[in-house]
Design a protein around this ligand. Structure first.
Ligand SMILES: [Zn+2]
Length: 107
């Protein structure tokens, strides 16, 4: 059986818009924090192929495919045992509006 079939199209909320992407149940559980909404910032970076469409608040328009994903890997020590591994932004491809920010730590 093809694993892709299990993936469901989910709405992921951001501060500057939202996106639809296919998430595994595990990713969904991790990102939703027990509430019905799923936040793009909690999901972190997803492969662009997982996105089906996104909506930009600034353009007030929906676009097919993935928003642009810009990220860096600072590997910056931010606490005793805490390292900031990655920080990134989901951006509108048309106007550069930031749809969501995310941070990934070593724990
Ligand atoms: Zn836009």
């Amino acid at each position: 059986m093809n694993k892709e079939v299990d993936l469901e199209d989910k709405k992921l909320l951001g501060s500057g818009g939202y996106a639809f992407a296919k998430l595994t149940e595990q990713e969904e559980a991790k990102a939703s924090l027990g509430v019905p909404q799923i936040f793009l910032s909690k999901v972190g970076r997803l492969n662009e192929e997982r996105f089906t469409k996104y909506y930009c608040n600034n353009c007030a328009e929906e676009y097919p495919g993935s928003p642009a994903i810009v990220y860096e890997n600072p590997n910056e020590q931010v606490g005793t045992d805490i390292v900031l591994i990655e920080k990134g932004e989901y951006k509108c491809r048309k106007c550069d509006n930031v749809l969501a920010l995310y941070r990934r730590f070593n724990k």
